[in-house]
Design a protein around this ligand. Structure first.
Ligand code: B12
Length: 213
């Protein structure tokens, strides 16, 4: 089986939510020296898109999405250590969480692994984080960057509320949004400094915001 076939098989395994096969195939891919970035982009992201589409079309129900989420997590946990390799210190502190009401944490975990791999200090506030908790942590940690990972349209208003509170309270950290549902428009609407739908792009954006190479 060549790399492309292997990745396609892995993607289909994830979509079907088969955890054990996912773990075995991910390990096989890494053993075959497939770049973990390819696994992230071609398997996890595209697989998740596919699952989302099936859910939208009514082909998948919540239970199917949960099984697929478990498989996505299994794949991610196998590649995570590889994404972190080569860590070096970067004097930038990032605070990250999902907005209140949003429990999707797979993309957040991935972007954390990518940031840690680049030597950033990351403080993970977890999921369903209220505006007040973001503020409390921002004051306590004095972070340079605050990242909000949002996957639900209904929680865009919570992102807006969070950012308004942070600004009102004089928090100077740059605010970056991540997550598949975002757009230039939603970023402007909520008052963030930057946004992205892609974890690698997010790392680059944060470096640009902080002027580190
Ligand atoms: C898996 C999944 C779930 C799992 C979540 C499990 C978990 N632990 O995360 C479960 C089954 C629990 C779930 C539940 C629900 N879900 Co859901 N879910 C998904 C699915 C299929 C994949 C999400 C995912 O993990 N993607 C893979 C990751 C890697 O991608 P990502 O999050 O975008 O992250 C990347 C970048 O965005 C970026 N990034 C992410 N965060 C950040 C942060 C920063 C700072 C930066 C810089 C970058 C960055 O880096 C990552 C790597 O590149 C999506 C479909 C989709 N296309 O996304 C639907 C989807 C997000 N869900 C959806 C819905 C509707 C729901 C439910 C409301 C369903 C229901 N009826 O209950 C609930 C809501 C629960 C809640 N309150 O949060 C909708 C949202 C629609 C919308 N526009 O609002 C989607 C789009 C499906 C669809 N097409 O309808 N879901």
């Amino acid at each position: 089986m060549n790399d492309n076939d292997l990745l396609e098989k892995l993607r289909s395994t994830i979509i079907k939510g088969k955890s054990e096969d996912t773990i075995n195939l991910t390990k096989k891919a890494l053993k075959a020296k497939v770049d973990p970035k390819r696994i992230l982009n071609e398997v996890i992201i595209r697989g998740a898109e596919n699952v989302g589409l099936k859910y939208e079309k009514g082909e998948y129900f919540l239970g199917d999405m949960l099984l697929a989420a478990d498989a996505i997590n299994d794949c991610m946990n196998v590649i995570k250590p590889k994404l972190k390799e080569g860590t070096h210190e970067t004097p930038v502190k990032v605070l990250i969480g999902t907005p209140e009401g949003d429990l999707h944490d797979i993309g957040k975990s991935l972007v954390i692994a990518l940031l840690q791999g680049q030597g950033f200090e990351v403080i993970d506030l977890g999921v369903d984080v209220s505006p007040e908790r973001f503020l409390e942590a921002a004051k306590k940690e004095n972070a340079d960057i605050i990242g909000i990972s949002g996957l639900l349209t209904v929680t865009i208003s919570k992102m807006k509320e969070t950012i308004a509170l942070l600004k009102r309270e004089g928090i100077n950290a740059k605010i970056i949004l991540g997550g598949g549902i975002l757009s230039e428009e939603s970023c402007k609407q909520v008052g963030a400094d930057a946004w992205t739908k892609d974890g690698w792009e997010g790392v680059k954006l944060i470096k640009k915001l902080m002027e580190v190479s």
